[in-house]
Structures are given as structure tokens and as C-alpha cells.
Design a protein around this ligand. Sequence first.
Ligand code: ZN
Length: 499
Amino acid sequence: MKSVLTILIILTWAIRVFSQQISAPLVKNNYLKVTSYEELTAFIKELDEKSDLLKTETIGQSVKGRNLYALKFSTSEFGKDKSKLKVLFFAQQHGNEQSGKEGALLLAQALTSPENKYLFDKIDFAIIPQMNPDGSEANKRRNGNSMDLNRNHLILTEPETMALHRFFDKYLFEVSMDVHEYSPYGEDWEKYGYRKNADVTLGATTNPNISEAIRNLSNNEILPFVLKYLADRKFSSFEYCPGGPPEIDYIRHSTFDVNDGRQSLGILNTLSFIQEGMNGKDDSIENIRHRSEGQMTGMLGMLKFIYSHKDQAKKLVAEGRKELITAKPGEKISIQSEHVRTGQKLSIPLYSYFSKKDSTVVVNDYRPVVKTITDVQKPAGYLIPKQAKNLVEWAGKHALVIQDFKMQKGLKIEQYFIRRIDSIDFEREIIINPVVEGTEFSGNILPSDYLYIPTDQLKGNLIILALEPKSELGLVTYKEYAQLLRIGETFPVLRVVKK
Ligand SMILES: [Zn+2]
């Protein structure tokens, strides 16, 4: 009898010791303060040492020299098993959106527990919990250079965004999610009498050049699944709907710009998403437990959907990416678009400042569809002058395929003459709208003067959106490249097209 008791005591002790979980810093701190960079670093190290699934890769450094960590979960060598789906989540590009980082750390810890191990039978998963450590430490939106990282994914001037894209390009992830927070407390909303109140919102890609099959799966199946997954776990959820207040400004879905974390990867026909949790009123600690658990739950829901639809997701991305590298005669690429109404009204849940309760508001000016205004015929490639050093550097940062150009029969070279520069409304911002005339270029192309960037590559559509002078999303809309556009002169980037 005595020995049975001893065995029982030893067993209970053993179970307690071996099942002891490492706690995420937020939990250790009793939800009273957000996780510092030092605590995050120590926690990742501890988790990595304990878990066989996890390997940490330092993918770069912030402006102020802090490490950017990617936590890679795999049952085999990460990225090597071609049958697995490669999934990348990243959080806290905006330093004052703390729950993204906290949710990512809670998720990392949950993924090391035995009940979630099955996910990695089909998924190689990487998560970057903190894209902007300098902003996080100061609880500020921007990075150490005062740049908004989530507007930097096309020009890639910042070490943090460069590190992300280098890491993405290394593994060519098939699914991605960019995790943020939104702040619903604006004065205009208070005046309107309502504000947004969903714990977690989720959006997919909207750029019309992205594979329609990918956009359909995202909007028709993935978003509804994850939003319900959240609601079933007591987190209010709704589709990502920027804009408003209703009757003052229109409500739409996400931007179609390719300079953010979701669309810059989406344009490569990645299944790409944005998740936004609701921020606290004081920007950091208020309600942090619920906020972080909501973010974690949305991310876990996404992983579960992707796990159970692995083959379908893999096939859609492979087909979409094959289309990017297959030349189709007469293919058009949309370079200017607008958000338009369809006649459909949106019933949106909003918190009422009058009744102090959630209520439903019907939005009349709802613009769910992105419609092309201007498109161009997809060229075979572009010639960029080597003396345009910033363009050459830009091509290098995106690791574009660059070739030697040889003029062949059946090809012709076009150039744009810049007649004048008008303006156009782009999502409530007035930007440049060059009036251009395309003419045939009759000069000689010396390989010593030009780099040739073919468009039949994974980043083909990104290249077109970046290099067309009339593109609303183009490089010339950034001050760093504005000098390429001169009224009364020809545009220095040339188009190579099939006759
Ligand atoms: Zn954000």
C-alpha cells in the first residue's frame, strides 16, 4: 500500500514537471504590461530550446539594430518537403499595435503543445511576431527612421521590409497573413454616434490583377470560416472594412495598392490576408488579454482552415503562379482602378454611443468591387537604363530576374512621351496622373546601357505596376522616383513588346 502511494506521488510530480508550459511574457506579467523586446527575445530562445518543432532564424535587424526573428515550425527540414504548404504570418509592422505581437507569441506557445502538432503534418509554418521592434519599444506606429513600414513594401527602403521580402523570397510562401490593429475611436465617428467594435476583422486581397480563383476562395470560404471560428469562441468578428463613417465617406474593402504587407505578397498569387484586432483606447494595455487572445484565435483559425484545405490551396497558388510566368497574347494588366458600388447595401455592426450597445447600421455608400479604369497590354519586359541607379538597386532588392537583352525579329521597343501631368483621386488622396503617348523607340539598345527585366517571372505583375508611368501604384508616385517623370520628355524606362 505504501509503495503504491509513493508511485502515485512520484507520478503526479512527474506529470506536473513534464507538462509545465513555458508562459508567454504577457501571461507571466499578468497582462499588466506589454512584452518588451528583451522579454520577447528571451521567450523565443526558451521556446526554441524546449521545442523540437521550432527553429528560430534571425532574418535581419531593425534601424536601431534590434533583431527580427522568424519562428519556423516544421516536423522536417523547413521548406524542404514539397508536399507541405508553406505559411507565413507576420505581426506588428506598426509598433503601437501591440496585440499582434502578443497574439503571435501566444500562438507560438500554443503551437508547441501536443494537441496542435498535427498541423505540421501538412504545414511548414513561420511567424515573425515583431516586424518593428523599434516602434514597439516606443509604442509608436513608425520604425526608427519614422517610416510607415506598411507603405514601404514596393520601394523597400527600410531594413525591416527588406528582411521580410528576403525571407519570403527564400521560401516562396503560399499563404501569408499580416497582423495589425485598428483604432475605432476617431472624433468623426464619435460625432456620427457610432463606432466600429469588432474584436477582430479579416480581409483578403483586392487588386484586380490577382488570380480570381485565389480571391474567390479567400472571400467565399476562408474569410467566412475564420470569422465564424472567432465568433464561436466569443470574439466578435467582421470583414475588414476601412472607410466611413457612413454617409460621410464610403465603406470599402482593402486598398488595391501593392505597397502593404498583404497585397505586395498577394500580387505574386499568394493566398494573402490582413487581420486587424481592435486597439485599446490608450493604444497599449487596455483590454490587452482579450485583444491578444482574439488575434491568436484568428491566426489559429486560419491555420486550421488551411490545414484542412491544403491540397486545394497548394493547387490554386501553383496555378496562379504558373499563369504569372506564362505569356498570353493580348493579356491586359490593370494599372488604375477605383472602388465602385454594386447596388448592394452593407449591414455593419457598430457600437452606438447613444444606446451604449452594439447595433446594426445599413451603409448605403458601400463600394465592394474594384473596377479597372486603365489597363496596359502586358509587355514582354522592360529596359531600364543602368544610369538610373535607384531603379537598378530597386530591381536588386526585389531579387528580380534580370537578363541580357538581344533584339530579335518579332519584338519592338516602345517609349512613353510625357505630355503633361494631371491628377487623379486614389482612395481619397489626390495623386499624379501623367498623360502619356506611346511611340516606337527607334534608337539602338546597347547592353552596356540597359538592364532587361522580363515580365514572365513570379513578380511580373508587380514589375508592371511599378514601372508603368501611369500606374497609380507606380514608383513615380513616390518622391524617391518622381524625377523619372519629366513633362515634355520621354520616360527613361522602355517597354519591349511582341509585334
Ligand atoms: Zn497597422
